[in-house]
Design a binder for this molecule. Structure first.
Ligand SMILES: [Zn+2]
Ligand SMILES: [Zn+2]
Length: 346
């Protein structure tokens, strides 16, 4: 295949002979330049290999769908000689290397006999004079074809889904043509995380908005719409860090045929004011009185008899998340296969 980065699947027509391990077949090929075929010659596939390629798409593209058009090169059976490799009236001669049998008998290093495909005539038993070779393909039976291929990434497609272009792989004379297969791979998105048909995102609001309410665009959707929300503090609802909200119908498209969509889940993250935003003692006092509240979380305890004044040092988040430096257990990837964990990240 001439497609950039396209790789053919496991090769066809390369089966080891009876009782001959595959690695020996490799050795034989290197030593004698021949391909092993199985006894009786039934070892070659009747279909050319599929060309499988990973196709990366963004979450935006999976949300709206995408039309993909690209130019492709592949080998096709020569149209001039129809895959014979010769001129119309060329008379092939019996291959001298194999006496027309198409096979050679060889003895391997363990003194076993085996049949291999004749490399001179490629197993046909016949060979053409140079003057009789097809001018178009020079006797190779194949020519390169350039072609424009296209396909649709349907909206809502999942990671790992396959798009099959039937019969677009390399051709070979006498074989059914394999397919070009694209495997969808979604790239990570900076804002949205996909969970099946649902989406998840962070909702960043300020401390002021959490306490006093807001009315604004909170997120831009994957098709570029703004999602506006009004939170009225007069309702009495306080928005807390880590709270989840569901926005119905703003998830991924559920399928190619329906217009249904999953839901969008947003997790609240509260941005606190910058350091130094308020240093005026009078204002601090005002705010203190405004925020005077009794915490329900603090259980009523008796005052301890001994009270120590402590110092708290500022550390960065990475200091804490790099837990193994302190000998802490990490739960970052959550994978536990029973193996000791201390070397997992090395
Ligand atoms: Zn031959
Ligand atoms: Zn030809």
């Amino acid at each position: 295949m001439g497609l950039d980065g396209l790789k053919n699947g496991p090769g066809a027509g390369f089966a080891g002979g009876e009782g001959v391990p595959v690695d020996l077949a490799d050795i034989m090929e290197q030593m004698f330049g021949v391909h092993l075929s199985s006894m009786g010659g039934g070892g070659t596939s009747r279909r050319t290999a599929d060309a499988v390629r990973v196709y990366e798409v963004t979450l935006e593209e999976l949300y709206v769908g995408k039309h993909v058009k690209f130019s492709s090169k592949r080998k096709v059976v020569c149209p001039t000689c129809k895959g014979t490799g010769g001129k119309p009236n060329a008379k092939p001669k019996k291959c001298p290397a194999c006496s027309g049998t198409g096979q050679k008998t060889m003895v391997d290093m363990f003194q076993r006999y085996m049949h291999v495909v004749c490399s001179d005539c490629k197993g046909t038993g016949e060979i053409l004079h140079a003057k009789d070779l097809c001018k178009k393909c020079k006797g190779t039976k194949l020519v390169e074809e350039k072609k424009t291929l296209e396909f649709w990434v349907e909206k809502g497609m999942r990671d790992g889904e396959k798009i099959v272009l039937k019969g677009e792989a390399d051709q070979e004379p006498g074989k059914e043509t394999g397919d070009v297969v694209f495997v969808i791979q979604a790239t990570d998105h900076p804002v949205f995380q996909r969970l099946g048909d649902d989406l998840k995102a962070k909702l960043h609001i300020t401390l002021q908005e959490a306490l006093c309410g807001f009315s604004r665009v909170i997120l831009t959707t994957l098709d570029g719409r703004g999602l506006s929300y009004t939170h009225d503090a007069k309702s009495g609802k306080v928005i807390r860090p880590g709270e989840f909200f569901k926005i119905p119908g703003e998830g991924m498209p559920a399928g190619k045929k329906s217009d249904a969509k999953g839901d969008l889940y947003v997790e609240v993250e509260i941005e606190f004011p910058e350091n130094g935003w308020m240093t005026d003692p009078k204002k601090i006092e005002e705010l203190r009185s405004l925020l005077s509240m009794k915490s329900s979380k603090e259980p009523e305890k008796k005052d301890p008899e001994i009270v120590d004044e402590v110092v708290m040092e500022e550390v960065s988040v990475s200091d804490v998340e790099d837990g193994h430096e302190h000998g802490w257990e990490t739960e970052s990837d959550g994978v536990s296969d029973g193996a000791p964990e201390q070397c997992a990240t090395q």
